[in-house]
Design a protein around this ligand. Structure first.
Ligand code: PMP
Length: 278
């Protein structure tokens, strides 16, 4: 069942980066009715601009919008808006090898709503920023803390989509881990408290021999676009790739561990700390 209209977004415009005006009772501010995406544009040696599979981000936003009772742009509208924004900001795209332009599309319930309900109006924004490496380690191995007290998502919740509330729920665990010197937090499932879910902003893989395993997509982790590409590439290179329940014991026993995401690209994991029961 659908709980929102298909959407009829008026034509957008390019405006300088700055504050936006919102009603204090906007759905996004009161009930977290917001979704975002994250993409990157890269500059090549011959000065052309590359986007990585933007249609996949569009499809993920459409899926998320359905779950959040929001109308969404079509794939074509989304990709067109991303391209226009990137071209208008071409001068901010770093030279090859020096970083990329991070692209943040944001869809929100901007209409005023007092009682709990989907907002009556929606706003779609894209903003961009040049970025370098996500982790301070750069592409050197990171150190992860396996989180015991907090969960990112729960079955039936919104862990499978890129809604803003998922990130609010991890701020505390992530800040505490960073204060102790960890690069990031790896979450376990909320039912058995034993199976890997994902890291705050990336998917996780373990390697054992010639087999690569990663948590399956079951509604509680984000279906990462980098994750999907890495699975394809690994299979083409002759690795066996399994999408399944991966336990914390297997994580600690793995030959190699790495994380994937638009921001983190492919980040190797150098150490893992797990303070829970084995
Ligand atoms: N999981 C979470 C929670 C994320 O925020 C991200 C980043 N979008 C990912 C996984 C990786 O997804 P992608 O490869 O599409 O960037």
């Amino acid at each position: 069942t659908k709980c929102s209209d298909d959407g009829n977004f008026s034509k957008g415009e390019l405006i300088p980066y700055g504050d936006i005006k919102l009603s204090p009772s906007a759905g996004v501010l009161n009930y977290g009715q917001g979704l975002f995406e994250g993409l990157k544009a890269y500059r090549t040696k011959n000065d052309s601009i590359l986007l990585f599979r933007p249609e996949e981000n569009a499809a993920r936003m459409i899926m998320g919008a359905e779950r959040m009772c929001m109308p969404a742009l079509t794939v074509e509208e989304f990709v067109e808006a991303v391209k226009l924004t990137v071209l208008a900001n071409k001068r901010w795209i770093p030279p090859p090898g020096k970083g990329s332009l991070y692209i943040r599309p944001l869809l929100m319930g901007s209409g005023a709503v007092l009682g709990l309900a989907p907002a009556p109006e929606y706003t779609f924004i894209i903003y961009v920023s040049p970025v370098g490496n996500y982790f301070k380690e750069g592409l050197a191995p990171i150190n992860l803390l396996v989180e015991n007290d907090y969960h990112r998502a729960t079955p039936g919740g919104t862990g499978g989509i890129k809604t803003i509330g998922n990130y609010a729920s991890v701020l505390k665990a992530q800040s505490a881990a960073k204060a102790k010197g960890y690069s990031d937090v790896l979450y376990l499932d909320s039912v058995h408290k034993r199976y890997l879910e994902e890291v705050s902003s990336c998917n996780v893989f373990i390697v054992k021999g010639k087999t690569i395993s990663t948590p399956e997509i079951k509604g509680t982790i984000l279906p990462g676009i980098t994750r999907k590409s890495i699975i394809d590439v690994a299979r083409k290179q002759g690795f066996q790739v399994e999408e399944r329940h991966v336990s914390v014991d297997e994580l600690l026993d793995a030959d190699e561990v790495f994380c994937t995401g638009t921001a983190v690209v492919v980040s190797p994991v150098g150490s893992i700390t797990y303070l829970g029961k084995r």
